[in-house]
Design a protein around this ligand. Sequence first.
Ligand code: ZN
Length: 375
Amino acid sequence: MKKDYYEILGISRTATAAEIKKAYRKKAIEYHPDKNPGDKAAEEKFKEAAEAYEILSDPDKRARYDQFGHDAFQGAGGFGGGHHMNMEDIFSQFGDIFGDIFGGGFSSQGRSYSRQSTVRSRGSDLRVKLKITLEDIIKGGEKKIKIKRRVKAPGTSYTTCHQCGGSGRISRITNTIFGRMQTTGTCNVCGGTGQILQSRGNGSDAQGMITKEDVVSINLPKGVRNGVQLRVGGKGNEAPGTNGIPGDLIVQLIEQSDDKFKREGNNLHYDLYISMPEAVLGTDKIIETPHGKIKLHLEPGTQSGKILRLKNKGVPDLDGYGTGDMLINVNIWVPKKLDKEQKEFFKKHFNHPNFQPNPGKSEKSFFEKIHDMFS
Ligand code: ZN
């Protein structure tokens, strides 16, 4: 059973046109979808009220309704009533219904929409991955990236949209049962850009765009780590038209692991292997690091497991809090194969006290060394 239109609006059958309008406003505000998001029951009441108002505000339709009820608008001979009113139809009534409440902004004559800025379309963001080495991370600086982005093809030209005059918005004046009404919305011809394609450049798509290879240079901050994203404004895909703004280029950094140096936070670990004679007699070693060549001096009698700490030779902190250290772990390489003469040498000294392990107090344990490093 369809509800009675007078009941829906809560008015008597003798209500005046002004009373009908007032009652509808009240219902429309009460059940407005903006005030009742996701509420299906409210939406239904909102539609019901709009339908009731459409019939009762029209003297002819009201007279038919009064005589025949809902049957007046059913079937082939019917008026078509308010049965196919959609939300857009309902909102387009509001220029009339709420015009005087909201300061007459909707329907007053000569209101200019030129103040409204053109809807500037924005191109999409472009995402790329960039592999970076430990040296890149330590030194930072400029990196060049090859990208493929959507740009306007050479020869593509645009002209001001004839429909909206370049504003991207259109206001329509329509004559309805409520009188003249003005509504505004995005221009359907240009899609809100205010421009339409005049000619397409060579090899371009329907929007006059091509995919072009480009080289973008980025400034890599020192101390970055895996997964960090750098945003380069305006280096993404362009938007069609000349008013649009390009999207951004988002560079995701992929940190490559280093063969020699293991990164732990801002510290770097390096395994140094020295021979037994070097450990016994002492030696100077030169190692290649991302900071350049570094000379290490090892005293005679250097023990395996010794850790040398080189201050500030690690990774610079991304937030500028100094630089980490380089920790050199000394390993003594024990030969796996010996010739006869070498075997004789070791056998000769096998029981000599100088070859017997004697850590004593001066040799710190591994855990003590680690503790000293970080305290
Ligand atoms: Zn337009």
